[in-house]
Design a protein around this ligand. Structure first.
Ligand SMILES: [Zn+2]
Length: 443
């Protein structure tokens, strides 16, 4: 009998393991699983075990690679449910409000993505930055150029990332160099769907930018696109700013409200993801809830552009699925830790406290659920894809000092949420393998 060398990869990871299997607002402290001094066992990129080290079923000799992150917190990778990769270079551009921000900074910058080389380098920079921040999956808005989405898909495929994007659809109220037509929007999106949707870990999002920049004919095309494949996401913006809402009312005078514009074209349902959703009527909350659509809470952007305060209490009351979004470049950081801190402050202003456990749930399993990816990512349940991040609670002298005063996991998570940023990410792993490791000279 001959013996073949096994090509099986078995990775063992030591550290303080934390993941959610439920929403803490519903399941309380049964929502999370915490194993200090725990172990992850990963076979060919898939979680086989997450728990106490003594319960780990693996024999040491079967392990092909080991990582020792003792003392650090190991979490499922962060999920960013709304971001614009092409706006990376215009983050922190001063503006009074959304529509001025779009005209002054966003549209000229997005125009540069007509050049394939700008798309290629932009995609590299984008994933370098997200991985450095512990974000392993994002729902991203490309520019109107098919090549912008294409370059992001190519780079995500190279890095083996679970990633969703789509070419933006815009056929009015934008500069000529950034507009398509209902026909070209349909044809280019369809060919991207055929090439990339469901390929490896990639998914496609049909992406009308927002009701302001699409004609009814183009929203019809978006509806037709949604029927072209199973599992497509519909990604757009909703009720971010009062001026925007006024414009939508003028453009679609027959619609009952902003959400109704999308509803009229069959774009509201499970798999729909609406960024912002700040200024909503009771009817819009009800319709979002009934349809199973999800919203992305983008607090750093909402504060930066002065758009308004997202009402987490209303979303909770209606059991609407919520994920966190950085919304870079309107948002001011790629870090989901920073996004959580800003979210906490927005909720403070609305007098609806945001527990740290809830914030970490939103940034992991909550985000995965709002993208319909919860069986693949967002937790360490057996069979999940092993995308994870390693958090250092003592990354800075101040955080180390503060952490010595904490007594519970909840308190330590709270400190990480309020003080944390990219410096706290020791490493990010994709399907078990390191994709980013922090250098010791902390930049
Ligand atoms: Zn946005």
């Amino acid at each position: 009998m001959s013996h073949f060398k096994s090509s099986r990869s078995v990775i063992a990871v030591k550290g303080n393991i934390l993941y959610f299997t439920e929403d803490p607002r519903i399941a309380g402290d049964k929502a999370w699983h915490y194993h200090p001094d725990g172990m992850l066992l990963i076979e060919n990129g898939i979680i086989q075990f997450a728990g106490d080290r003594c319960d780990c079923p693996a024999h040491e000799e079967a392990v092909t690679t080991g990582y020792d992150y003792s003392g650090k917190l190991i979490l499922p990778g962060f999920v960013d449910t709304h971001i614009h990769p092409p706006q990376l270079s215009i983050i922190a551009s001063n503006s009074t409000e959304l529509l001025h921000w779009l005209d002054t900074y966003t549209f000229p910058e997005e125009g540069r993505f007509a050049d394939p080389e700008v798309c290629r380098r932009g995609a590299e920079r984008y994933f370098d930055e997200t991985l450095k921040n512990g974000t392993t999956t994002s729902l991203a808005m490309a520019t109107v150029h098919a090549e912008s989405a294409e370059a992001l898909f190519r780079e995500a495929e190279k890095r083996n990332l679970r990633f969703v994007t789509g070419k933006t659809l815009m056929d009015r109220n934008a500069p000529d160099f950034l507009t398509d037509t209902p026909e070209s929007a349909f044809d280019e999106s369809l060919s991207l769907i055929e090439r990339w949707h469901g390929k490896g870990r990639l998914g496609y999002a049909v992406t009308p930018r927002f009701a302001v920049t699409s004609t009814p004919q183009q929203l019809d095309a978006a509806q037709a696109l949604m029927k072209e494949a199973d599992g497509l996401i519909m990604h757009t913006h909703l009720s971010e700013n009062h001026e925007e809402i006024r414009t939508v009312r003028e453009l679609f005078p027959k619609a009952e409200n902003y959400l109704d514009v999308y509803d009229h074209f069959g774009l509201v349902g499970k798999g729909s993801l609406f960024a912002h959703a700040i200024h909503l009527s009771e009817g819009e909350y009800e319709r979002l809830a009934d349809s199973g659509a999800a919203v992305s809470f983008c607090p750093s952007s909402n504060l930066f552009l002065g758009s308004g305060l997202f009402r987490m209490d209303n979303a909770e009351r209606h059991s609407i699925s919520v994920g966190l979004g950085s919304d870079v470049g309107g948002g001011t950081s790629f870090s989901q830790l920073y996004t959580m801190a800003e979210g906490f402050k927005v909720c403070q202003l609305c007098r609806t406290p945001l527990a740290a456990t809830t914030a970490f749930y939103l940034a992991t399993l909550g985000g995965a659920r709002s993208l319909g990816l919860e069986t693949r990512i967002g937790s360490f349940q057996k069979g999940s894809e092993a995308d994870f991040l390693v958090l250092d609670p003592e990354a800075t002298p101040l955080a180390a000092r503060r952490t010595t005063r904490t007594e519970s996991l909840e308190e330590r998570l709270f400190v990480l949420m309020i003080l944390g940023d990219d410096r706290f990410i020791t490493a990010t792993h994709i399907m078990g393998k390191p994709a980013y490791t922090r250098s010791e000279e902390r930049l």
